[in-house]
Write a protein that binds this ligand. Structure first.
Ligand code: ZN
Length: 141
């Protein structure tokens, strides 16, 4: 048997032991993390602490004050709502209509008297100021 065979087994078993240890650390870290979470502390923080220092994390998690249990004898401030600013609408510019030119009526000449009148008798045009049709002599005004 070549010697690297054994060293290979040694490396493999070392890896397995390492993986098992990490797995155990991961699993064990949940214990202080759960305790800390029940007491109102950071779950992730205690999990990380428990991963590296399981015993320290466990002791700390067991000894720290439970945030959820009210401490008798201690003056408890009444619950204060955090200051809430009144809702402010974002500044809105007043609506500005695009500039519109005032409506301009098309130019209309003052209602001038027509310059000619149509003769009701023959249909020819006659001067407006004339009283009779220049062609047929009928009265146009
Ligand atoms: Zn006429």
């Amino acid at each position: 048997m070549p010697s690297y065979y054994y060293s290979g087994i040694g490396v493999l078993s070392g890896i397995i032991i390492l993986v098992v240890c990490i797995g155990a650390a991961v699993g064990l870290a949940f214990i202080p993390a759960n305790i800390a979470r029940k007491k109102g502390y950071s779950y992730g923080g205690f999990w990380a602490l428990g991963f590296f220092f399981f015993l320290i994390a466990l002791i700390v998690a067991l000894c720290i004050q439970d945030k959820n249990v009210p401490q008798y004898g201690q003056y408890q401030q009444p619950y204060q709502q955090p200051y809430q600013q009144p809702y402010q609408q974002p500044y809105q510019q007043p609506y500005q209509q695009p500039y519109q030119q005032p409506y301009q009526q098309p130019y209309q000449a003052p209602n001038a008297q027509p310059q000619t009148v149509v003769c009701p008798s023959c249909g020819s045009s006659a001067a407006a100021d004339s009283a009779f049709c220049p062609k047929c002599g009928a009265k146009v005004n």
